[in-house]
Design a protein around this ligand. Structure first.
Ligand code: ATP
Ligand code: MG
Length: 428
């Protein structure tokens, strides 16, 4: 039989144990943080009907035009898509299950998303987002709360160098007015547009403002500002939002070029950026999407949400050598044995240690004490518990502190448990 080696799909990463430990730590902190603000977790399928994303994200956005993993279900010919984001899924879920009949909802999710992009640092084809959606709130208090809570997360994670950019993109009518002025302006400067922008000029001119091409900066800087076409309601909303942020002592920059890449946004948009991740500097993006619930078949419901990239957050935590990632990882106890009879007793002792609430790795297989000690050390165990013929005879174990917590001792198993429990430095 021929042998074939397989590789993970390009842009989709395996997360090995050392790194998975960091993920788990970050996820734990996030779960607690979201609960603190009263958000409830939801889990939606990874695959959705293609139309859901085309309708919500918008036909002429980067995501729908070129980044979606879309395929035909061979059994019934239905077009399906691996979710590129989860706001549309959350709204579909809320509408399908009439969640909003019982009042406004604060929901969160965490999980893999899929976009067919060119893989590079901080940009993958399978990546992970944690996001929150507040459905049924007119704001601007909930907008401010979401900005405040993301700011709180950076503090909990010990992250510095996070810049908040905010903007308002108004209502549909103000965006139409703005679009017309933008198109006229860019048409007057056709020769200065790059290829991407020329294509967008008549499909999605607002997106030209989001251009990352340095040659376009000047042109974009001098373009008409949406602020000048803004409707009164959005203008008041934005002023009130800024007042709330000022009162909470949150520093922000009003960034007129911030438009976000998805069509469903209106009024408030915001992004948290860092200069530390190179070109992939946006860690979290969000805003208001007051029309989406209705557009997807629900009753008119104002809403606001954000999503953050977990890979980018982890990269930042690693770059800044954050202390939340440097917690010890090994088991509290590694149980070793020598001889047939001692092995059976050690096997049972390991389970007793676990029943006492400790994390315990039992040495499976044989080998001398020295090799077993090496293994315990490699795993980062805090203590070794050894059982040989002598210990068996005395009804004792040998407790060997492995992190310089003192000399080794002969103790009963109960005494050993007590001692390990008392040692605050022994981790779980
Ligand atoms: P970018 O401008 O970097 O492409 P985006 O506007 O497409 O970002 P959103 O759709 O707002 O991103 O997603 C929210 C967050 O998810 C981003 O700020 C980023 O942290 C993360 N993210 C988006 N796409 C990717 C990707 N391909 N790989 C890793 N993280 C991503
Ligand atoms: Mg993108």
């Amino acid at each position: 039989m021929s042998v074939q080696k397989f590789q993970a799909i390009r842009g989709m990463n395996d997360i090995l144990p050392d790194e998975a430990r960091h993920w788990a730590r970050l996820e734990d902190i996030m779960r607690e943080w979201l609960a603190q603000y009263g958000y409830l977790q939801v889990r939606t399928p990874v695959v959705e009907p293609t139309g859901l994303f085309v309708r919500s994200i918008g036909e002429v956005t980067d995501i729908v035009e070129k980044e979606m993993y879309t395929f035909v279900d061979q059994l019934n010919g239905e077009s399906l898509t691996l979710r590129p984001e989860a706001t549309a899924s959350c709204v579909r879920m809320a509408v399908q299950h009439h969640l909003l009949y019982s009042g406004p909802q604060r929901l969160w999710y965490m999980g893999p998303m899929f976009r067919h992009e060119r893989p590079q640092k901080g940009r993958y084809r399978q990546f992970h987002q944690c996001g929150a959606e507040a459905l049924g709130f007119t704001g601007p208090d909930v907008d401010a709360e979401q900005i405040l809570m993301t700011g709180r997360l950076w503090k909990l994670l010990g992250l510095t160098d996070m810049d908040l950019h905010i903007n308002t993109i108004g209502d549909l009518a103000s965006r139409h007015r703005h679009k017309a002025r933008l198109v006229a302006y860019f048409e007057n400067h056709q020769d200065m547009l790059d290829e991407d922008s020329r294509r967008r000029l008549h499909t999605n001119p607002l997106r030209i403002l989001d251009s990352k091409n340095p040659a376009m900066v000047q042109l974009v800087e001098e373009a008409p500002k949406l602020m000048d076409d803004l409707d009164d309601v959005s203008a008041q909303h934005f002023e009130a939002l800024k007042t709330l942020l000022d009162a909470a002592g949150i520093a922000y920059q009003v960034n007129h070029r911030l438009v976000r890449g998805l069509d469903y946004y209106n009024a408030t948009v915001f992004e948290w950026m860092t200069t530390q991740l190179g070109a992939q500097g946006t860690v979290c993006g969000g805003g208001r999407y007051d029309g989406l619930v209705e557009q997807l078949g629900g009753k008119p419901t104002p809403a606001c949400g954000f999503a953050m990239g977990m890979e980018r957050l982890l990269a930042l935590l690693q770059d800044q050598e954050s202390s939340v990632l440097t917690q010890a990882a090994g088991p509290q106890v590694y149980v070793m044995h020598q001889g047939e009879a001692a092995r059976g007793a050690a096997f049972l002792a390991a389970e007793k240690l676990r029943m006492a609430g400790l994390s315990v790795v039992f040495h499976c297989g044989n080998g001398g004490f020295k090799a077993q000690m090496k293994r315990a050390d490699a795993l980062g165990a805090s203590y070794g518990v050894l059982l040989g013929d002598d210990e068996l005879k005395m009804h004792q174990v040998t407790l060997k502190p492995m992190r310089g917590q003192g000399p080794q001792m002969a103790l009963t198993l109960e005494q050993a448990i007590e001692l390990i429990r008392q040692d605050g430095s022994a981790h779980v």
